[in-house]
Design a protein around this ligand. Structure first.
Ligand code: TMP
Length: 211
């Protein structure tokens, strides 16, 4: 059986990733593709426990480097228990966030050394990378006001201040520019159908599947 594809969605707060993941998953399933939709931090029981430590509580609860390591621990669990088995099984895995979030939030946002973040990733996960990363770009003002209305707790990162959110937006755009083979920037300020149309085009162009 051929290995499935790994697609990640990235972006700041309130970019609308979860709605788009549902639509993408059902479009792929409609084309006969097996899909596993998952998320980070989380996506496996132990990783969801680590998620609780990261998304709740005071903004200064963790040293930035501790955050890098907690997200990495959650990722190791997620890859081992959920992502790799699904890919081996031929499924397409769509993850709401992955390692670009560590670079954007902990690297650009918190100022952890980017080379250290890259080295940790490479030492732990080797050459493994998503096949396609969709970066949903939205201005922090629009995103945070959308995220605020979701009102489901888990808002530790949302409370980190405007400068933090501007830095991580710039970070995602730089990440996309540096790896344009893997990453596509999607305008997250379009309406829901417009965003989805852009996502479908990107999947067709990069992975050769018409949906
Ligand atoms: P969510 O709100 O998209 O579910 O993600 C939870 C939060 O975790 C979000 O505010 C971004 C943050 N995050 C990081 O800071 N670093 C990471 O590596 C990941 C995966 C998420």
């Amino acid at each position: 059986m051929s290995r499935g594809h790994f697609i990640t969605l990235e972006g700041g707060e309130g970019a609308g990733k979860s709605t788009q993941i549902k639509r993408l998953a059902s479009a792929l399933e409609g084309s006969g593709i097996k899909v596993v939709a998952t998320r980070e931090p989380g996506g496996a029981p132990g990783a969801e426990e680590i998620r609780n430590l990261l998304v709740n509580g005071n903004t200064d609860r963790w040293a930035p480097m501790a955050e890098v390591l907690l997200h990495t621990a959650a990722r190791a669990e997620h890859l081992d228990k959920t992502v790799m088995p699904a890919l081996k099984n031929g499924a397409w895995v769509i993850s709401d966030r992955f390692s670009d979030s560590t670079m954007a939030y902990q690297g650009y946002g918190h100022g952890v050394d980017k080379g250290v973040i890259e080295n940790i990733y490479r030492d732990v996960f080797g050459d493994f990378k998503p096949d396609l990363t969709l970066i949903i770009d939205i201005s922090p003002g629009v995103g945070l006001s959308r995220a605020g209305t979701r009102n489901q707790g888990e808002d530790r990162y949302e409370r980190m201040g405007d400068d933090f959110h501007q830095r991580l937006r710039d970070g995602f755009l730089e990440i996309a520019k540096a790896d344009s083979k893997r990453c596509v920037i999607i305008n997250g300020e379009l309406d829901e159908d417009g965003v989805f149309a852009a996502i479908k085009d990107a999947v067709t162009e990069k992975l050769g599947v018409k949906i």
